[in-house]
Design a protein around this ligand. Structure first.
Ligand SMILES: Cc1cc2nc3c(=O)[nH]c(=O)nc-3n(C[C@H](O)[C@H](O)[C@H](O)COP(=O)(O)O)c2cc1C
Length: 423
């Protein structure tokens, strides 16, 4: 879910009733229930930690359109959602650059305990200079170094999650012992970036290690994934890119001594659904016209991910090489979409979009073909966060996928990781 606990659909058709109050959790809870009805693996909550001012050097463009701000911290939504559901995995985004590892390990263990084993983390290194400045730095930590820190961060939190054995709580009335102290250990972690003595002061959570997910697209991001992750998300536009990404990730997993099937890979898909193929294509054409009419919205979004002020360039002049300390994988793919910024903004797709247009039956067929061709474990859906878009997927597309035996029709397990790995 992009811009998770922020403003959604305030000025688009089907965006919701007038006076929709974005500060309330209702939309998210309803959405989570719909996803669970459709037997989704998880609900991923995007997050960021700054008010952008990258496009044209001003906050005006973003605030006027409610792009990325205002938004609330998504973590408080987690227990509300797990209370309203029984099997859906819930994955908040966590910054490895700014969260102290002990606080994070404790927070996620608490949520995993409260939800009886249904929580994960989407680890990001946080890409924006402005985010770094909100946490006391003058400039952001260098991209590759951030991933080295992230790798150590996950090492520490994983050890903290293991600092209690599963059977440490004995609760023995006869002996008067609640916790067997021999089953709780310090970790005495002293790393290059982080140190933590441990043990954690909450018990081992049901999953032991909550589900770990990341979406870094650079070689460093993929290496981070290969070391630690249970699942990887990749936003790629073509089948060829997906295939190459999967091959590379699997090689890295093997090089780390892991079974390549122990890490699930999901590709971002933004479907356009209609009752007929023609209706869906018409919808897609309208969206493309909007993109062409306002390339600055795409450029401003990209500016906030890369810290590059795209307003400073001529829209129609050939654009040369650009580099970023922000999202490198994203910038590389963005710049490959054309010669000029206008072309790039009009051609850019967040994920697999152009071929996922049609009736539910047609899109289900395309999804099946892509998985057949690429391999991998499935898709992560994105797109406008409106009740309509969610219902088109959960109540229109998913039943067709279920009839084809491509997705589950019931959850088999209690814990998130077990369900994730089962299908
Ligand atoms: C599906 C998906 C979800 C993402 N969610 C977030 C997020 O919530 N917060 C964030 O700062 N970055 C998010 N990212 C960005 C990645 O963490 C990463 O920075 C980006 O893909 C570029 O990779 P690189 O940093 O390895 O170059 C997401 C990326 C994808 C594809």
């Amino acid at each position: 879910m992009n811009n998770t606990y922020g403003v959604h659909g305030w000025n688009v058709p089907w965006g919701g009733p007038e006076g929709y109050d974005w500060t309330q959790p209702d939309l998210h809870i309803e959405m989570a229930k719909a996803l669970e009805r459709a037997c989704f693996d998880f609900f991923l909550m995007e997050d960021s930690l700054f008010v952008p001012d990258n496009y044209g050097g001003s906050r005006e463009f973003y605030l006027a359109r409610a792009l990325r701000s205002p938004k609330n911290d998504p973590v408080p939504l987690v227990p509300l959602i797990t209370q309203a559901t029984t099997h859906l995995g819930v994955v908040p985004t966590i910054s490895t650059s700014f969260y102290p590892p002990y606080l994070l390990a404790r927070l996620i263990a608490t949520l995993d305990l409260m939800s009886k084993g249904r929580v994960g983390c989407n680890f990001v290194t946080s890409t924006a200079e402005r985010a770094a400045q909100n946490f006391g730095l003058d400039t952001h930590i260098e991209h590759d170094l951030r991933y080295e820190m992230a790798t150590e961060f996950v090492d520490v939190v994983t050890q903290l999650w293991s600092s209690w054995d599963a059977d440490a709580i004995v609760q023995d009335r006869e002996t008067g012992v609640y916790v067997d102290h021999t089953k709780v250990r310090a970790i005495d972690y002293k790393g290059r970036f982080f140190s933590s003595r441990g043990p954690l002061n909450t018990a081992r959570s049901p999953q032991g290690r909550p589900v770990l997910i990341q979406a870094g697209g650079s070689p460093q991001g993929q290496q981070f994934a290969a070391k630690h992750m249970d699942a990887v998300l990749a936003a790629l536009g073509t089948v060829a890119e997906m295939k190459a990404f999967r091959t590379d990730l699997r090689q890295r997993l093997v090089a780390e001594g892991r079974d390549p099937n122990s890490c699930k890979l999901f590709f971002v898909i933004v479907p356009t659904l209609g009752e007929t193929n023609e209706e869906a294509q018409e919808k897609f054409r309208r969206r493309q016209k909007q993109r062409e009419a306002s390339p600055e919205v795409t450029l401003a979004q990209m500016a906030s991910l890369t810290d590059i002020d795209f307003a400073a360039f001529d829209l129609d002049a050939p654009i040369g090489e650009l580099s970023t300390n922000g999202q490198q994988g994203t910038l590389k793919r963005f710049m490959a979409q054309g010669r000029t910024l206008r072309e790039i903004a009009c051609n850019y797709r967040y994920g697999f979009e152009d071929l996922a247009v049609g009736s539910a039956d047609h899109v289900a067929g395309v999804m099946a073909e892509v998985m057949e061709e690429v391999g991998g474990d499935g898709f992560v859906f994105s797109g406008p966060v409106t009740r309509r878009h969610v219902a088109e997927i959960t109540d229109g597309l998913v039943p067709v996928l279920q009839r084809r035996g491509l997705v589950r029709t019931a959850y088999e397990h209690k814990h998130f990781r077990d369900n994730l790995m089962a299908f």
